[in-house]
Design a protein around this ligand. Structure first.
Ligand code: TXA
Ligand code: MG
Length: 387
């Protein structure tokens, strides 16, 4: 381990963070978003292929040693790729925020291998958590629970709660078993952008911002974990994901979910992570909510005005829709279209997660008809926002 530490440390000239972090991880400065001023040339930026089914022990050991020494390791989970850092290392955690350009008001999810480790991160583990853990862990479920006082403020955005999950992906599992410690891992994308469902996406989002990228192929679920807040009187679904509302209701009985909730980017209340501009392609995207034929009519009407619009076709099968969603958005973003149009899928099961991401990718904007007013609005957005 010493050799890795020193080889990594020798690369470790760092960009000064845009905020101050004290020894105990208290943050003491700006809490608004910031952009990464330059890519951190000192990162190792290593790339290793790893078997998704039976990850090579030497590769996993190397990744764990890097995490132990404070490096950033991007790795696959069953949902999306995460950018991992050791949870107890304030410098590594602040580097994650910096690499993503993520505001400090948006807390991170902690990943561990076993339920016993969760007990060290929380101050309460209520009956609902016991039941959900038994049913859905390891898997795409994140629980928000009252935090243990030792968890860094940086991770929780100074909130009284902490988000925790046990991923099921064999690479994530092997890595977390090998480290034995909690790993904070947000999705490995720039803040507000499309989450990565393959290693290639991580490269295009965060080139030069990680020390090691473990390529375990495309992720199976395709959208992020379901986030459930168990810190209040009634369980609250904060982010729909791989574990569906229907499945949660069957276990919990009662759970609240408010569709299309948005939060301002500068606040951390009432629920962080509900930012309107999220999962966004660079090309402006609008939801189309109306008859099936509306998309084609809009493309025609916009084309007549000289603006190329393109439809993003979401598969009917909802599992496929979730799995392919981010690739489809990235593919559409790479075309010469000035505007992307997408029809939401059915809002049930994992379709809720797909529609939530589409709603945020569209910044909540939709077209309901092909009236002159609608076309004018779409044109204005395309002309103002296309890169
Ligand atoms: O599937 C996933 O959860 C992926 C993989 C890598 O595990 N991770 C992920 O992390 O999506 P991230 O940081 O992109 O999203 C975490 C979400 C954010 O919406 C954040 O606001 C929310 O979880 N969150 C974290 N801690 C929270 C807390 N204490 N209370 C409420 N929401 C919290
Ligand atoms: Mg994310």
């Amino acid at each position: 381990m010493a050799s890795i530490k020193s080889s990594w440390a020798s690369h470790a000239h760092r960009v000064a963070p845009a905020f101050a972090v004290s020894q105990n991880g208290q943050m003491s400065a700006r809490s608004e978003g910031f952009s990464n001023p330059s890519s951190d040339q000192s990162r190792l930026a290593e790339y290793r292929k790893v078997s998704a089914q039976s990850p090579q022990p030497d590769v996993i050991r190397y990744a764990a040693e890097l995490l132990d020494s404070g490096a950033l390791v991007a790795f696959p989970t069953e949902t999306v790729y995460g950018l991992g850092a050791r949870a107890s290392n304030p410098k590594a955690i602040s580097d994650v925020f910096l690499a993503k350009g993520r505001p400090l008001t948006d807390p991170l999810i902690l990943h561990v291998a076993r339920v016993e480790q969760v007990h060290e991160l929380v101050s309460e583990f209520p009956e609902d958590a016991v039941e959900l853990a038994a049913r859905f862990w390891p898997g795409p479920l994140t629980l928000v629970l009252p935090r243990h006082p030792d968890v860094l403020d940086l991770i929780t955005a100074s909130q009284p709660t902490v988000a925790v999950r046990i991923p099921s992906h064999p690479v994530a599992q092997a890595l977390l078993i090998e480290t034995g410690f909690a790993v904070a891992a947000p999705s490995a994308n720039r803040f507000g952008r499309i989450s990565p469902s393959s290693a290639g996406h991580v490269v295009s989002e965060l080139a030069g911002q990680y020390d090691l990228l473990l390529d375990g192929g495309p992720t199976t679920m395709g959208v992020e974990s379901t986030v459930v807040d168990l810190s209040g009187a009634v369980p609250k679904l904060l982010r729909p994901g791989g574990v569906t509302l229907e499945e949660l209701s069957a276990v919990l009985g009662q759970i609240t979910y408010v569709d299309r909730v948005v939060a301002a980017e500068t606040t951390n209340a009432p629920a962080p992570g509900l930012f309107l501009r999220h999962y966004s392609p660079r090309t402006p995207l609008l939801l189309v909510e109306g008859e099936e034929s509306l998309t084609q009519h809009l493309i025609q009407a916009l084309g007549d005005k000289g603006v190329t619009a393109r439809s993003v076709e979401i598969p009917h099968d909802q599992i496929e829709a979730a799995r392919n969603l981010y690739q489809l958005l990235r593919d559409a973003d790479a075309t010469d279209a000035k505007l992307l149009l997408v029809r939401p899928t059915q809002s049930a099961g994992i379709g809720r997660a797909v529609n939530d991401r589409l709603f945020r990718a569209a910044q909540g904007r939709s077209l309901k008809d092909c009236s002159e007013e609608s076309v004018r609005r779409a044109l204005a957005i395309a002309l103002a926002e296309s890169p």
